[in-house]
Design a protein around this ligand. Structure first.
Ligand code: ZN
Length: 224
């Protein structure tokens, strides 16, 4: 049934949402990618997102919501805040943008509703959630209920990466035939370096560890 419908992907142009974009392409008839300019330091990611959507042949749109970055004090939108390299005790790292996924998914739902779309896709993962509370399954399920009540609608939020780790996310990209696109065209790095990234920020560490683990496993399987 999903095959006949349209999905809206919340799309940052990073590893996770790009993998989700191609997952959606495989599982839905039509895909729309929605990106956000929210005051992020590395706004280049939006250009990359548009280019990837073009390569994938899916419709792309962008919402301008600088308010989200301005509301909460964090190192992804405020150049005066030094980025946490490690997760601090007793709270999320300062790369956490408070309310980001709440706002993104809420805006995406309104956008989708206007276009008769009810399937929303997001690349959040509880497995590698870096201490971000809005990447957890309980939050997504709760928001799904809230959105349905808020608009008297029947949205379905899909989270293909929720229970898989970074290594398995690379495996999924490979399975979808887009490992190279995800590896080279996306940007996950908190320092704004495309592809394999700066190598030392927390996002790069997580991404690269997963990639090396996956490539090693793949190599091993080839030689068995
Ligand atoms: Zn980095």
């Amino acid at each position: 049934m999903m095959k006949e419908e349209t999905a809206l992907v919340v799309f940052s142009g990073g590893q996770d949402s790009t993998t989700c974009l191609f997952w959606a392409k495989k599982n839905f008839k039509r895909v729309v990618a929605l990106s956000f300019v929210y005051g992020q330091k590395h706004v280049k990611e939006v250009e990359l997102a548009r280019a990837i959507a073009g390569k994938a042949g899916v419709a792309w749109d962008c919402m301008d919501v600088p308010l989200i970055g301005a509301l909460g004090h964090n190192s992804l939108t405020d150049t005066s805040v030094k980025m946490d390299e490690e997760k601090p005790e007793g709270g999320p790292p300062n790369t956490f943008v408070p309310g980001r996924n709440l706002f993104f998914l809420s805006i995406a739902a309104v956008y989708a509703r206007e276009r008769g779309i009810r399937h929303l896709v997001t690349g959040v993962s509880q497995t590698d959630f870096s201490g971000y509370p809005d990447c957890r399954d309980s939050f997504i399920k709760s928001l799904n209920v809230t959105l349905n009540l808020a608009m008297d609608d029947q949205f379905v939020i899909h989270t293909p990466l929720m229970w898989i780790d970074k290594c398995q996310t690379w495996a999924l990209a490979d399975e979808l035939g887009v490992l190279d696109i995800v590896r080279h065209d996306t940007m996950t790095c908190y320092n704004g370096v495309q592809g394999d990234g700066c190598g030392h920020c927390p996002a790069c560490k997580l991404r690269n560890e997963g990639l090396h683990k996956y490539l090693e496993e793949k190599e091993r399987n080839i030689h068995q």
